[in-house]
Design a protein around this ligand. Structure first.
Ligand code: NAD
Length: 328
């Protein structure tokens, strides 16, 4: 593909999140926003008016007019819509979670493999500027603690909290830990919905690393924090505030200056220093959609691939099944 050619793209599902896909895709220089399709005509009308884009009267007519589609419907429709797109040889960006079941995800990946199209998944936290601020550090965590709490809203409750919220952190943890999952312990509660609303999972990896993840959709305030401990380094990330902090042990005299503050006197030849790596300001959704467009053009690879989405789903389903076994 000519890298200067624009990618014709459409958005399927223009609800809460889909409207932002439309907003960004209407501005990304390598993309040509062709139009939208939503099963709710009110949404079609309001988004098409706001972004001056065409409404298609069927999914198929949108698919046939595009090179790629962004799928932002409720999760239970991802598999069916993605399959229809891929069978027409179109690239797909699928919001997270990739699908509801593992067999659906496998089917999507198999079809995409056969037709050579790109599948990217919207695990947006992987592009959170506060996480990317750690790119210049070598991360080899032995223990990770993550909390993701949110006030209750009905949006997203079509899937259990593990597939809605925890899956973001499962994806981050799987990207940070370069080892296979060994064992999982999990527990949870059902409070507002018929499904699991609060969950805790302790994931042990083959190399001994432990990740302890808590997610709740019944909280008063939003919290999205990660702490990772490794030999001679401790990092904290506040995904909401966009704040990243690093505590490192350095040998002999550590670096000085604003970026590195010594926290103690030298102990022998060791010193703990505190650093606040700069967190760039950019919109992660814009960045992941640009990454999708550039991947279609062959300039780069998806930061979160279809198989990453599948692996996060696999662990999420294991956790969820473990929780519901105990609930009943
Ligand atoms: P939403 O309910 O606000 O919007 C979904 C839209 O899809 C609605 O307008 C609905 O009419 C439309 N729709 C439903 N079925 C359809 C179909 N078969 N064909 C076409 N349109 C259809 O939901 P939302 O909050 O925007 O979530 C959408 C997806 O995005 C979900 O998979 C959710 O998990 C994901 N999401 C991801 C993040 C993230 O952080 N990456 C955040 C929120 C939501």
């Amino acid at each position: 593909m000519n890298t200067l050619e624009k990618i014709n793209i459409g958005v399927v599902g223009v609800g809460h999140l889909g409207q932002y896909h439309v907003k960004h895709l209407s501005k990304i220089s390598g993309a040509n926003l062709i139009g939208v399709f939503d099963s709710n005509n009110k949404r079609n009308n309001s988004i098409s008016k706001q972004y001056n884009t065409r409404i298609f009267d069927s999914l198929n007519s949108l698919i046939q007019s595009c090179d790629a589609l962004s799928i932002v419907t409720p999760t239970q429709y991802h598999a069916e819509i993605a399959e229809q797109c891929i069978r027409s040889n179109k690239h797909v960006f699928i919001e997270k979670p990739i699908t509801v079941s593992l067999s659906e995800a496998d089917n999507i990946l198999r079809l995409a493999d056969n037709s050579g199209v790109i599948v990217q998944v919207g695990h947006i936290e992987r592009l959170n500027p506060a996480l990317l601020a750690l790119d210049s550090y070598t991360l080899k965590p032995k223990y990770i603690e993550v909390q993701r709490l949110a006030p209750y809203t009905t949006r997203g409750t079509e899937v259990p909290v593990v597939l809605d919220l925890m899956i973001h952190d499962i994806d981050i943890v799987l990207a940070l830990v370069k080892s296979q999952v060994d064992t999982i312990h999990a527990s949870g509660l059902s409070i507002m919905t018929d499904s699991v609303d609060i969950a805790n999972a302790r994931i042990q990896f083959v190399d001994g690393t432990i990740a302890n993840i808590t997610s709740s959709r019944i909280a008063k305030d939003k919290v999205r924090k990660l702490k990772a401990f490794q030999n001679e380094m401790y990092v904290t990330i506040d995904f909401l505030l966009g704040l990243t902090e690093v505590y490192r042990v350095v040998k002999n005299k550590g670096p000085r200056g604003l970026a590195a503050v010594p926290l103690n006197e030298n102990e022998g030849n060791k010193q703990i220093i505190y650093e606040k790596p700069p967190v760039n300001s950019f919109d992660p959704l814009r960045m992941e959609l640009s990454n999708f467009i550039d991947s279609i053009k062959g300039k780069t690879k998806p930061i979160v691939s279809g198989s990453d989405g599948r692996e996060a789903l696999k662990v999420a389903i294991q956790i969820h099944e473990m929780i519901i076994k105990d609930l009943h």
